[in-house]
Design a protein around this ligand. Structure first.
Ligand SMILES: *Cc1c(COP(=O)(O)O)cnc(C)c1O
Length: 341
């Protein structure tokens, strides 16, 4: 018998629902390298339209989507400004540097995930052969679950234009940000020149990200996708899952956020746990480092998986496959452990 895990490690662990699988099976498909997959084309057209862009490109992963955006915005010897803890800089294998000869200029983020614009301005290089050419400002939203303030997104966009910089958003969790801010995703996306959106996180699709931008930017990205080995064929079966997610899994993100809030409140009341914060579908807690191993074993015995390393800070992530009973089981298991610890 397989255990019915409550898996709080990430929102990437969701499995497609039976309705999503049915949509995938029914998808009309064609060869997408020829631009002939009707379901891929429908997904691209729909997301471009919903987010207010000319064009879109369906790709296998968020890492590839961000990489293609960087390759499309920047040339060899150019530089992009990016948060010190941003996914595109820190968690994507240095792809822009490895494959594009694009230099990252990391900027220390503020507590709320914004890049303070005075700090960004100070990092822009003069036009001079000594320096890489500063070409792009890249943000991330949500960042560690935090939805960036809408007025900051606008101000940073004005700043980017004033300095002749492109403006890219790693919107892996764009829809979580939109739901948290109570605005359509377009209200966030509209400030940017390009946006990458993941379907394999909170939206619950098995595979896929979409990059949106101008037609010229997407044409470049499409070429780079082929170069990177990402040209795919009957990908419509995957695009069908993403279309299904747009129809059925966006508004429900509010449930994930509410469950994260309830879990945070329950954990905050337990002696031994320090609640650091809860933002959208993520809860951050500190537990004494000496308890980590035993806590992990205790939770696993109760059918709960969390990511445990050697740091006392834990991130718990809610998603489509975590229900109210799962939240209750998790709160009880933590309480039980710390009652004995
Ligand atoms: C998950 C994620 C990505 C890309 O992820 P893939 O695993 O490559 O699909 C990019 N940015 C952020 C913030 C992410 O959380």
């Amino acid at each position: 018998m397989t255990m019915d895990w409550v898996d709080l490690r990430s929102d990437t662990v969701t499995r497609p629902t039976s309705a999503m699988r049915a949509a995938m099976l029914a998808a009309e498909v064609g060869d997408d390298v020829y631009g002939e997959d009707p379901t891929v084309n429908a997904l691209q057209a729909r997301l471009a339209d919903e987010l207010g862009f000319e064009a879109a490109l369906f790709v296998p992963s968020g890492t590839q989507s961000n990489l293609l955006a960087l390759l499309a915005h920047c040339e060899r010897g150019d530089e992009y400004l990016v948060g010190m803890d941003a996914h595109t800089y820190k968690f994507e294998g240095g792809g822009a540097a490895v494959l594009g000869s694009i230099q990252p200029q990391p900027i220390v983020q503020a507590e709320d995930g914004t890049l303070p614009l005075a700090r960004v301005a100070a990092a822009i290089k003069p036009v001079d052969p000594h320096f890489a050419r500063t070409r792009l400002l890249a943000l991330e939203n949500t960042w560690h679950g935090r939805a960036l303030p809408l007025d900051y997104l606008r101000a940073a966009g004005d700043f980017a234009r004033a300095h002749g910089l492109g403006y890219h958003l790693d919107g892996a969790r764009l829809f979580n940000a939109a739901v948290a801010c109570g605005v359509p995703a377009r209200a966030i996306a509209q400030h940017f020149d390009s946006v990458s959106v993941c379907f394999s996180k909170g939206l619950g699709a098995p595979v896929g990200s979409v990059l949106v931008g101008t037609q010229a930017l997407i044409d470049k990205a499409r070429r780079w996708r082929k170069v990177c080995g990402g040209g795919w064929r009957q990908a419509g079966m995957l695009a069908a899952a993403c279309l299904h997610a747009l129809d059925h899994h966006v508004a429900r993100l509010a449930e994930d956020h509410a469950r994260a809030a309830r879990l945070a409140a329950a954990l905050a009341g337990i002696d031994g746990i320090t609640l650091l914060g809860q933002h959208t579908n993520m809860v951050f807690i500190d537990v004494p480092a000496e308890h980590l191993r035993a806590l992990d074993a205790h939770l696993r015995a109760a059918g709960i998986r969390i990511s445990i390393g050697y740091l006392p800070t834990l991130r718990l992530v809610t998603h489509l496959d975590v229900d109210d009973a799962g939240i209750a089981r998790t709160a009880d298991a933590f309480a039980g452990f710390f009652a004995r610890a």
